[in-house]
Design a protein around this ligand. Structure first.
Ligand code: GLA
Length: 386
């Protein structure tokens, strides 16, 4: 953490030639359970992780926003009056998209000063750990503060989501930004994506002798194209066929009727969402009553549902999950939007190294690219750091 804050300060100084006004940071997230339920207005249980994006920011005396980062060589610059979704490109679309989206949530962009922003990050990109939400959330809390907007964190999550949807062009839900903004140390964020009511649920991994291992397959995915949007469309079709506003309104008892009301593929998409919502509720109940040792089967069932019903897994993710399950993990599943990215495994601490070796060996046997494996802890959400 200290290093990355220093990197942000140094980067800022080198890019702009003066000292930043302040530093803000926001974490990536991992989703423990509740996949593709957020845009169906259901339940999710993600947590913020101990890998953060830090931004250094300086206030200007004109109306220009400049953005620089370790992601790109050049410094991007645009006048605040010129911000619009179709003018923003590349990685700069994330921070500048947030500035634009704040205007959509009531900020008077004609009355705020320009800023210089430098982004430094240790959230792995493309691993399904929401490096983009970490940028959006850190920029959102920083601009909210220096532009004196007074927006609360659930609203800032919507700001980040709007930037992602309209500027980046990915039709994603509210989960990632909520986790990044609302996360708490050693806890998960239990979010009702309809009311946006969030509860903190203690994870208790360390007390139970468990660690959460990320297995990043390195298979790349983009939610701005293809499968993610297609799944979302199927969910909407399923809700229409059932005459409900969103799949959130269905329970497992409605599944027999759903089966008779739509084609088999749409039904399986619906069954995933409906059963996944129930698994989130069951996971929260199990964590509260018995602790994390009791959630393994729910994680495993979530993976099967994504593999067989929602069909968003890939061979590398299935292999990672299988190897984890047969090498000591109490539960494992792919995490995030799917079609690549990472799997998670909840593993007794003493079994982590053995599992890592087994994963490397198994991937080599299948001639899959070597995955990256590392453990994460649940961390606090976005903060002002200096
Ligand atoms: C991506 C999206 C989230 C969510 C997950 C799937 O991470 O950004 O909004 O839909 O996929 O659960």
């Amino acid at each position: 953490m200290t290093d990355i804050r220093d990197d942000a300060t140094t980067g800022f100084r080198e890019a702009y030639g003066y000292e930043p006004t302040g530093l803000w940071s926001a974490p990536g997230r991992v989703n423990l359970i509740g996949e593709h339920t957020d845009y169906n207005l259901g339940f999710v249980l993600p947590f913020a992780i101990n890998r953060r994006t830090v931004i250094a920011l300086g206030i200007r005396d004109d109306t220009v926003i400049r953005v620089a980062s370790e992601y790109a060589d050049e410094v991007g610059a645009i006048d605040i009056a010129e911000l619009s979704p179709n003018r923003l490109r590349g990685w700069a679309a994330y921070p500048l998209g947030v500035a634009w989206a704040l205007g959509q949530f009531g900020a008077d962009l004609g009355a705020v000063p320009g800023v210089d922003i430098y982004v430094a990050s240790v959230v792995p990109v493309g691993a399904g750990l929401s490096s983009s939400a970490a940028i959006e959330s850190s920029v959102a809390i920083a601009l909210n503060e220096v532009w004196l907007l007074g927006l609360d964190r659930p609203t800032l999550a919507k700001v980040g989501q709007l930037a992602e949807n309209k500027v980046v062009g990915a039709p994603t839900g509210i989960m990632d930004q909520s986790a990044s903004l609302l996360g708490r140390r050693d806890s998960a964020v239990f979010l009702d994506c309809r009311s946006l009511e969030a509860q903190v649920v203690e994870l208790g991994f360390a007390e139970a002798g468990l660690e959460l291992l990320i297995i990043d397959t390195g298979v790349s995915h983009s939610h701005a194209t293809g499968g993610y949007a297609a799944r979302r469309a199927s969910c909407e079709a399923g809700a229409v066929a059932m005459g409900v506003a969103s799949l959130r309104d269905l329970t497992v008892d409605d599944l027999p009727l759903a089966r008779a009301s739509m084609d088999d593929e749409t039904f399986r998409r619906v069954r995933h969402v409906v059963t996944e919502n129930q698994r989130v509720l069951d996971t929260v109940a199990a964590l509260r009553s018995s602790g994390p040792l009791a959630i393994g089967e729910l994680l495993d069932a979530s993976h099967r549902s994504m593999r067989d019903d929602f069909e968003i897994s890939v061979a590398e993710l299935d292999l990672a999950v299988e190897i984890a399950q047969s090498n000591g993990a109490i539960g494992a599943r792919m995490t995030g939007g799917g079609f690549g990215g990472a799997a998670i495994a909840l593993v007794p601490s003493g079994d982590i190294s053995r599992l890592q070796v087994a994963i490397d060996g198994g991937f080599a046997e299948h001639a899959f690219r070597q995955p990256t494996t590392f453990t994460v802890n649940a961390a606090d959400g976005a903060s002002r750091d200096r």
